[in-house]
Design a protein around this ligand. Structure first.
Ligand code: KG4
Ligand code: ZN
Length: 337
């Protein structure tokens, strides 16, 4: 069975082919047009998707040595994300499915991330904890089986990736902020600024990142220009460290609570090397089995959409052509549609 996956929820236009469960091509075009704006400009993002989507799909087919007629079904992200960007991918997929006379399946982008550690071959061993750390979400899920998910922790304000992006803007770095802060942290002392790990009173398992963004803003405003430039790597390393330590604090709490010892860590922030290193430390200390996606599957991609589309196709699941883009789509506890 050949599934074409299409992803256009934010600023990556991506297409991938999953053939009998294996990803045989994976094309991602990151939109550079936003770099000068410190964040994604929604109108520009949808225009770029519209301009590129057909070309990217053709590239994915070419790289798999397949043609349109070889596709059995089309999986496409229908939320969450930017409305205009989602509409471009979704309508392209609907049109192609109608033209080829094949089913199309709307995929929740978060469900794509949920299984992204298992794209390259590791067997999925249920139940496991999935730590989803993206630019829009910071959540810990108990994945009981395919389609059966329990939300254990979530952010009450900014996501961890967003904290990296906003911090980078305060530090005059480019977008996306995570890789920029990581790069500028090299050789830095993570204890230079003593940030406190933010707590959420109403639920100690939840995350809050808006306070540390304000903390770095005030700290920077209180420093002389020269002091900032002389200590730039220390500042970046300290900011990176408090984000990572906050993530790890809640992860450890959930491990204790659920007693689950298989953890999958996914999303753009899972590409961070310091984060991976600290997770590996916890993994050894607690005798856990941690799974990370390949770096190319941490950030947004269509391979994860094609793979979930493949699971759903195998279960005979297809979507109606009436399916609408859902910018605020959530993962429900039982998600079998
Ligand atoms: O999963 P993703 O590509 O898109 C969403 O679904 O949001 O995640 C993007 C986020 C951005 O906020 C970006 O700054 C962050 O992931 N990110 C990183 C790194 N690479 C990407 N954060 C920290 N370290 C990185 N190396
Ligand atoms: Zn994503």
């Amino acid at each position: 069975m050949v599934v074409l996956g299409i992803e256009s929820s934010c600023d990556e236009t991506a297409a991938a082919i999953c053939s009998d469960g294996n990803i045989i091509s994976n094309i991602v075009r990151s939109q550079e047009i936003h770099n000068d704006y410190g964040g994604v400009v929604p109108e520009l993002a949808s225009r770029e998707h519209d301009y590129n989507v057909n070309h990217i799909v053709q590239k994915a087919l070419d790289s798999a040595n397949l043609s349109f007629n070889d596709i059995d079904s089309i999986a496409v992200t229908y939320g969450p994300g930017l409305l205009g960007s989602l509409i471009v991918g979704l309508n392209y997929a609907k049109g192609l499915a109608v033209g080829l006379g094949i089913p199309f399946i709307g995929i929740n982008h978060l469900e794509g991330h949920l299984f992204s550690s298992f794209i390259s071959g590791d067997e999925i061993d249920y139940p496991f904890l999935c730590f989803l750390v993206t630019g829009g979400h910071t959540q810990i899920w108990e994945v009981k089986s395919f389609g059966e998910y329990i939300l254990l922790s979530t952010s009450v304000d900014d996501a961890a990736g967003e904290a990296f992006d906003k911090g980078a803007r305060i530090l005059d770095l480019g977008y996306p902020g995570g890789p920029e802060i990581e790069k500028h942290s090299m050789g830095g002392d993570p204890t230079f600024i003593k940030f406190t790990i933010p707590k959420v009173k109403s639920n100690p398992l939840n995350f809050s990142f808006s306070g540390i963004k304000t903390a770095i803003l005030y700290k920077i405003q209180s420093m002389e220009k020269k002091e900032i430039s002389d200590n730039f790597n220390h500042i970046c390393a300290s900011y990176q460290e408090v984000i990572i330590d906050t993530l790890l604090d809640r992860l450890e709490k959930n491990i204790k609570l659920t007693k689950l010892n298989k953890i999958s860590i996914t999303g753009g922030v899972a590409a961070n090397k310091r984060f991976r290193k600290k997770v590996e430390f916890i993994e050894k200390e607690n005798n856990l089995k941690c799974y990370f996606p390949d770096l190319k599957y941490c950030t947004d991609n269509a391979a994860m959409i094609a793979k979930v589309g493949y699971y759903k196709s195998k279960n005979g699941i297809a979507s109606s052509l009436d399916l609408q883009a859902c910018p605020n789509l959530r993962l429900s506890h039982i998600d079998l549609k």
